[in-house]
Design a protein around this ligand. Structure first.
Ligand code: MN3
Length: 404
């Protein structure tokens, strides 16, 4: 795919939002509410039933899915009170992964916003692409673990994928009208996270409360921890590799404290394009939905009189080794990315539960990537969704065994 695809921008008419009660899901509904010309066909959430009920009341989706089946009766009883009888009977309520898949393959909408956090978002994303939906993707884990499969499916089904990640949206914006074969380097910017400048010694005492305070972005717990370990940037390098068809050595990470420059592309003639804005996830969401048909979404404008200096730094990958591990993984067969991602997900859970220290998160990823039985298993497997899910399961078990 040489020419950067400018499908782009078949107008989005109707969306299903997977993970509508999370940070990105809520912001997506903010953008849709403000622009007022996209229909919300389906909403799904994990367990946050009260937020979901308010969203259903406002947007009147035809399909709804709650992953947590124990909340089903409560959801139904509340909706029967809040919706009119005809609205209530027009709302189909589903549960669990089967419900997510049923929504993914429904024919009555054109774009799936995939904002579920973690590996659990993979199967609905694959199902939606396979039934010819365009994808607005916030779930970076699906590209990291299944990028090669997803790219093939996108071509096979003639649909497009738009990233909802500020860096990748920035790159996409820099590439509008450009030829991907003329890229010299992709430059992913990184805020450095809350522990920028600290050394391993200083990171020993970090607890979940400290790690959950991100200097720029207010986001969900998992991505906030990932930002503090720089594993998030590692995942983004792998995400960029598949989105922009590059080798990881052509993707450079640069620290820009303050997150004003969201990423850059350098071309073979020496020209560099950057995308800047006040940090706000609403812009990547708007760009994923509308592309070059840009909308006024009420975003704060950059004031160049008050920015002052913009400076750059190189990431400290000895301290934050989650980032260097991602580069190593990016040169190996695809299933190694599943080990990296799943080990991280499991280690982050253990850290948030107070069971391991901050530094053990990246130590555990490293251990998993060195484990002889995981390595021999992935070396024998080909790239299929089944093998990704199997590798995920084995990696999670391996990580949990490390503290047993
Ligand atoms: Mn990002």
């Amino acid at each position: 795919m040489l020419q950067n695809d400018l499908r782009q921008f078949n107008k989005v008419e109707s969306v299903a939002i997977f993970g509508s009660t999370g940070f990105i899901g809520k912001q997506t509904l903010d953008v849709i509410r403000r622009c007022g010309d996209i229909n919300v066909f389906a909403l799904t959430c994990d367990t946050n039933v009260d937020v979901l009920i308010n969203q259903i009341e406002e947007f009147k989706p035809k399909l709804v899915c709650i992953n947590d089946e124990s909340k089903l009766d409560y959801l139904k009883s509340q909706l029967s009170k809040k919706l009119s009888p005809s609205e209530f009977s027009a709302t189909k309520i589903l549960t669990g992964l089967d419900g997510l898949i049923e929504i993914a393959i429904d024919k009555n909408y054109d774009t799936a916003v995939c904002a579920i956090v973690g590996m659990i978002g993979l199967q609905p994303t694959i199902a939606a692409i396979s039934s010819k939906k365009n994808i607005a993707l916030a779930n970076k884990e699906s590209l990291v673990c299944a990028g090669e499969i997803i790219n093939d499916l996108l071509i096979e089904n003639g649909v497009s994928l738009f990233p909802i990640d500020s860096e990748h949206s920035a790159i996409k914006q820099c590439l509008a009208g450009e030829d991907e074969s003329k890229i010299d380097k992709i430059i992913l910017t990184c805020s450095g996270g809350p522990f920028y400048g600290m050394k391993r010694e200083q990171l020993r005492e970090i607890d979940p409360v400290k790690a959950l305070q991100h200097p720029i972005w207010s986001m969900g717990k998992k991505i906030t921890i990932d930002s503090s370990t720089l594993v998030n940037k590692g995942l983004e390098v792998l995400e960029a590799k598949w989105l922009f068809h590059k080798e990881v050595d052509d993707i450079q990470v640069v620290i820009q404290r303050g997150s004003i420059i969201h990423s850059m592309v350098s071309f073979i003639d020496g020209s560099v394009k950057a995308q800047l804005s006040v940090p706000s996830m609403n812009i990547p969401i708007e760009y994923a939905l509308y592309g070059i048909d840009r909308r006024d979404i009420g975003a704060e404008k950059l004031d160049f009189n008050s920015i002052g200096n913009i400076s750059f730094d190189i990431p400290d990958t000895n301290t934050f080794k989650g980032l260097s591990l991602a580069y190593a993984v990016g040169k190996k067969p695809l299933l190694y990315s599943t080990i990296y991602n799943s080990a991280n997900e499991e280690a982050v859970n253990l850290f948030l539960d107070g069971k391991i220290s901050f530094l053990q998160i990246s130590d555990f990823i490293e251990e998993a990537l060195k484990d002889a039985s995981l390595i021999s298993a992935v070396n024998e497997r080909n790239n299929t969704i089944e093998n990704i899910l199997l590798t995920e399961k084995e990696t999670r078990a391996f990580v949990n065994n490390l503290i047993a």
